[in-house]
Design a protein. Structure first.
Length: 135
């Protein structure tokens, strides 16, 4: 369960975190590079404008980490329902809309794509890996 995970993670960090770096490099970083590539393609095609696509990816990553790492802190508070009541699907939809609106060229209508269940499942797996690395 969660306690075992935290105990293992704590030991891994205390021992230098060698496996964490490996997971980060083999699993998470390639996926973040893919997201950066999508943003760059959007810039090249004139859909997006962004001076630093990598920082845009880091902003998305930070939002995911903050959302997931505060889940226990907000449990039972008035903010719990606001943040987590709609589940991860609500969160993914928000992040997608927020990101597209933030990257879209000024004055251009924003078309937020609908993402398939398969893509959402892949994103959920990525969120779980990010969560494991940062919580």
């Amino acid at each position: 369960g969660g306690r075992d995970y935290h105990r293992i993670l704590s030991r891994e960090v205390a021992e230098g975190g060698g496996h964490l770096d490996s997971i980060l490099q083999q699993y998470i970083m390639p996926r973040l590079n893919l997201i950066e590539g999508v943003i760059k393609q959007g810039i090249e095609s004139g859909i997006f404008e962004c001076k630093n696509p990598f920082l845009a990816v880091m902003g998305i990553l930070s939002l995911v980490i903050t959302y997931e790492s505060n889940r226990d802190k907000f449990r039972g508070t008035e903010w719990d329902g606001k943040l987590y009541g709609g589940g991860r699907e609500m969160f993914f939809d928000f992040v997608l809309e927020y990101t597209f609106k933030g990257l879209s060229r000024a004055g251009r209508p924003v078309e937020v794509p609908k993402i398939s269940r398969e893509v959402k499942k892949a994103l959920e797996a990525l969120v779980e890996e990010i969560k494991k690395q940062h919580i």
